[in-house]
Design a protein around this ligand. Structure first.
Ligand code: GLN
Length: 449
């Protein structure tokens, strides 16, 4: 704990943490030491974990990096957080992120941007940028983030980490600040697949507090990690890798080299086309903003956090509190979402996107019945410069081209580090598997590293 606290202090300029629970973490550590001596320690004894500022940790601030939740203190532990504590993980702090997890660069936080530790002029990715940088800069061993459209895998790729988005519903969302509820997944950052597997097995599983969570039993992911059945896998990769259009050449070359490695290990590798690729991003941004506009209506200046000081009546209280409390990108998303849900456009956008989502899910599942895994890039480029896309939201959304498919389909996906580009910036590749195939996915990714 002291080692990580030291790094947090030394690298404060990266802006990865919003709160550091120094004294508490040291007390937790002492208590865990005692349990270890008594032979009563849990599975995660001593693992130093950081939490993205969207996870409820009782009696600690929680604000989705937004002014609108200024002063809000969590009343309870989210299920995932409770399970970490029950297994003796040590929680070191609350991590910076894009406001309400909306963004791909961590430049939308009310507390300023997070910097990439590989190059301080570049973004760490988003929205879980603080969580990624915290592991990258050794400020904790594992971070818990959220992945609605790539927010764990994309920053993992930009920071050279393993980042897992499990199957939708694998981990309870109780105590996770809602963005797009039908997409939101708690995800895990680590330096090794092993750490990620162990934390997943602790957090996953049935929970009375979330009616959408899966009842499927949770396998021992960490034990199954090295237990291969020796059978060769059928691996598909997307044609975009061959074409290389819009893809940074070094990322393409690194993925091609990995595919050769997979072939050499005896697995079959085939190229596939995903004919619906062009619809994935618009479908995501219609549905995610629609859900966000509904979810964020609860921040009204009455029940939580920030309240405008110069409101004159109830309606101006709502308007002023929300206009002053929410940042620009969040307001843009609320407007977009309200638009696609409005009476005159509902069928043209929202209903249509729901139908397209179903088709994307079915097509993705069809491929995942034919192949064990689909390999694709996570990001078209390595980490871009701070400010590079901030004036052009569409350009920023395009950075999510490859990361949203797994969320639209609901299937699990992982980011695995894949070397550095010519400028020394980390690159990643993505592997997607079928629903609840995390064990196989983790086992395969572990062998890739
Ligand atoms: N970049 C995507 C967005 O802004 C994904 C965010 C996320 O996964 N939370 O919506």
């Amino acid at each position: 704990v002291r080692h990580h606290l030291d790094n947090i202090r030394k690298k404060a300029h990266l802006n990865a943490f919003l709160s550091v629970y120094e004294e508490e973490a040291l007390l937790q550590a002492a208590a865990v030491d005692k349990k270890i001596k008594e032979g009563k320690a849990g599975k995660l004894a001593g693992l130093v974990v950081g939490l993205k500022d969207v996870l409820a940790y009782k009696d600690h601030p929680l604000q989705g990096a937004s002014r609108v939740l200024d002063g809000f203190i969590s009343q309870f532990n989210g299920t995932a957080v409770q399970r970490l504590l029950d297994e003796d993980a040590i929680i070191i702090g609350r991590q910076n992120c894009d406001e309400f997890a909306m963004g791909s660069s961590n430049e939308n936080s009310a507390f300023g941007p997070v910097l990439n530790d590989a190059d301080n002029t570049r973004v760490p990715g988003g929205s879980s940028g603080g969580s990624a940088v915290a592991v990258q800069a050794d400020m904790c061993q594992v971070s818990i983030g959220s992945d609605t459209g790539g927010s764990v895998r994309q920053p993992a790729a930009f920071c050279g980490l393993v980042g897992l988005k499990p199957t939708y519903s694998r981990i309870s969302r109780y105590g996770l600040v809602a963005y797009g509820s039908s997409f939101d997944c708690i995800g895990i950052f680590g330096k090794s697949v092993e750490d990620v597997a162990l934390v997943l097995e602790v957090m996953a599983g049935a929970d009375d507090m979330d009616s959408t969570v899966s009842q499927q039993p949770v396998p021992s992911y960490s034990a199954e990690l090295t237990a291969s059945n020796g059978k060769p896998y059928k691996v598909a990769y997307v044609r975009e890798i061959d074409g290389g259009e819009g893809l940074q050449p070094e990322i393409r070359d690194a993925i091609v080299a990995k595919l050769d490695q997979i072939r050499a290990a005896g697995h079959s590798v085939e190229v596939i086309d995903f004919p619906l690729q062009e619809y994935v991003l618009p479908t995501y941004y219609i549905l995610a903003t629609a859900e966000a506009s509904s979810n964020l209506s609860r921040y009204d200046g009455v029940r939580y956090g920030y309240r405008s000081a110069d409101a004159t009546d109830l309606s101006s209280l709502y308007k002023k509190s929300r206009s002053e409390g929410f940042g620009k990108e969040v307001q843009r998303r609320i407007l977009l979402g309200t638009f696609v849900l409005s009476a005159s456009y509902y069928d043209a956008y929202y209903t249509k996107a729901q139908k397209v989502r179903r088709i994307i899910r079915e097509k993705t599942k069809e491929l995942l019945r034919q192949y064990d895994f689909i390999v694709m890039p996570i990001t078209p480029t390595t980490a871009f410069k701070l400010g590079e896309h901030t004036d052009n939201p569409l350009e920023m959304y395009l950075a999510d081209l490859f990361s949203v498919q797994a969320n639209v389909a609901g299937v699990p996906a992982i980011a695995v580090p894949c070397g550095n580009d010519n400028q020394g910036l980390p690159m990643g590749l993505q592997v997607i598997a079928d629903d609840f195939e995390e064990s196989k996915l983790l086992h395969f990714s572990n062998a890739l590293l």
